[in-house]
Design a protein around this ligand. Sequence first.
Ligand SMILES: Cc1cc2nc3c(=O)[nH]c(=O)nc-3n(C[C@H](O)[C@H](O)[C@H](O)COP(=O)(O)O)c2cc1C
Length: 259
Amino acid sequence: MFLQKTLAAYELKYKTHRRLLRSSSICLVLDMPQILFIHSSAFSSEIRKENQGSYTRKMSRILRESIRGRGVRVVERDVASKPPGMIDQSFVIAARTPPADRTPEQAARLKESDELVSEVLASDVIVIACPVYNFGIPAPLKAWIDNIVREGRTYTYGEGRNAKRLYGLLHNKLVVILQSSGSTGLNPGGSREALNHADKAVIAVFSELGVHKFEMATVEGVCEGAEEMLSASWLMCERRLAEIADRIKARWRDMHRAG
Ligand SMILES: Cc1cc2nc3c(=O)[nH]c(=O)nc-3n(C[C@H](O)[C@H](O)[C@H](O)COP(=O)(O)O)c2cc1C
């Protein structure tokens, strides 16, 4: 009887706690963590034959399969097959207009961006496929980034003494970068690292948006270089993906415990 009463009291307390948290931004983490996959390879399916298919899609699939579970919500957005609109003057002016003052046209102009931002805000982990295209990121991925960097939603400006200081609002999120390159030496610490702006661009933007935790898995030499080198690089990539999956699962376990 005593045990039943204690359990009932605990359940009530827990329910109230959850209700309170549901109204705050961390509710999603306690209810069901969401992981968002951003695909950006021009190839629509994963690599099976040499030079036909995407490595980053294969990396995403491996990671997804390793973390998938009953309590996880997986959201996939393929910006290569459905590229977000390019930003222009009307977008920037609409985004800089306070929401209450926006015209219906301005609100409509921001609709797609609002949806993309909401997806990011609702996610605890954001996995960004980052194929190296001409030493940078694919254009649709850049368009996605331009759409999710939004004042008042993913960043804000400080007030008072730091009036013009930008503050990122994506605290506590984890960003995972999956990078694949045709040549070698472009990875962090590589001999031609300085040439590659793909991973650096993603890290720079998300750091500015308040993200402090990054993970990265890479495969290199998928177009050039010796076959043995690619095999070794892929082996390391698979190990890294397994480590990242373990860390994500541990992160979610910790969050549930904390809740
Ligand atoms: C349009 C295009 C541009 C590329 N530019 C580069 C480059 O600048 N440097 C490089 O090392 N590899 C380059 N590559 C090779 C890709 O980085 C490589 O194929 C990588 O695996 C792409 O990711 P994915 O397999 O997920 O599509 C390029 C490939 C394409 C299709």
